[in-house]
Design a protein around this ligand. Structure first.
Ligand code: MD3
Ligand code: FE
Length: 219
């Protein structure tokens, strides 16, 4: 169920191709390939201030994905629940500011997918090593759910699981590779989704991991 592909300029590289994964959800193939080195340099600066850590779910499980944030708000999980917080609970300091390049990429991708005027307030940064995974969930901690979520994939490829509005709905699988951007809006915004256990490997840009950035308007 890979929707259809719009190839606007067939003589252009893959960066010009987009695929509608589901109603309102657009995969922009290679949209940030040219910016990937700078995006990863920004991640290195962010993690120097707000290190990656394995959050604990309210149910007491340690997440296999390591996370950090940048922006005015960051997503955190602990025994008390999930929330957005302007302060990093590990350092007691504000999350590092959203780099201008991050905001620019998020705005341009959202506009490209039909969501003009997107202003990200939070960038959750996920780091996957071999066998790290994200079980099926909905992103519903944001008060403003009319805004899309923009996701950027860097490094090792992943199998993304995309379901429906109910946990038991059938899930489709999509390969997300280095440089891909997906914009999730409209009817797909509250769909269940997850990431299958990461296959071991090495990527020239990131080494033995995958980095995913998700840009969110929270309130
Ligand atoms: C579909 N991250 O951080 S990105 C997450 O690859 C998250 O790290 C995954 O799910 C990752 O919450 C998937 C793609 C994604 C992100 C948010 C969505 C898909 C989404 C929100 C609604 C629907
Ligand atoms: Fe999610």
């Amino acid at each position: 169920m890979a929707g259809y592909t719009l190839d606007l300029f067939a003589e252009e590289p893959a960066a010009q191709t987009r695929t509608e994964l589901a109603a309102g959800a657009w995969l922009l193939h290679g949209f940030v390939l040219a910016q990937a080195p700078q995006l990863l340099a920004e991640v290195a600066q962010i993690e120097a201030v707000a290190p990656f850590r394995h959050l604990i779910t309210p149910g007491g499980y340690t997440m296999s994905v390591a996370m950090t944030n940048s922006g005015a708000l960051g997503w955190v999980s602990d025994a008390r629940g999930y929330r957005y917080d302007p302060i990093d609970p590990q350092t007691g300091r504000h999350w590092p500011a959203l780099p201008a390049l991050f905001a620019d990429v998020a705005r341009r991708a959202a506009a490209e997918a039909g969501y003009p005027g997107f202003e990200p307030q939070a960038c959750l940064i996920n780091r996957y090593v071999a066998s790290a995974r994200l079980s099926l969930h909905q992103d519903k901690d944001e008060l403003d759910q009319r805004a899309p979520i923009v996701s950027v994939s860097l490094g090792l490829p992943a199998t993304f699981l995309f379901g429906g509005l109910q946990r038991n709905d059938k899930t489709a699988r999509h390969r997300l590779v280095h440089g891909d951007v997906v914009v999730w809006g409209g009817p797909s915004r509250l769909a269940y989704h997850g990431v299958a256990p990461l296959a071991a490997g090495s990527h020239a840009a990131t080494g033995e991991c995958r980095i995913n950035l998700t840009f969110r308007k929270v309130r």
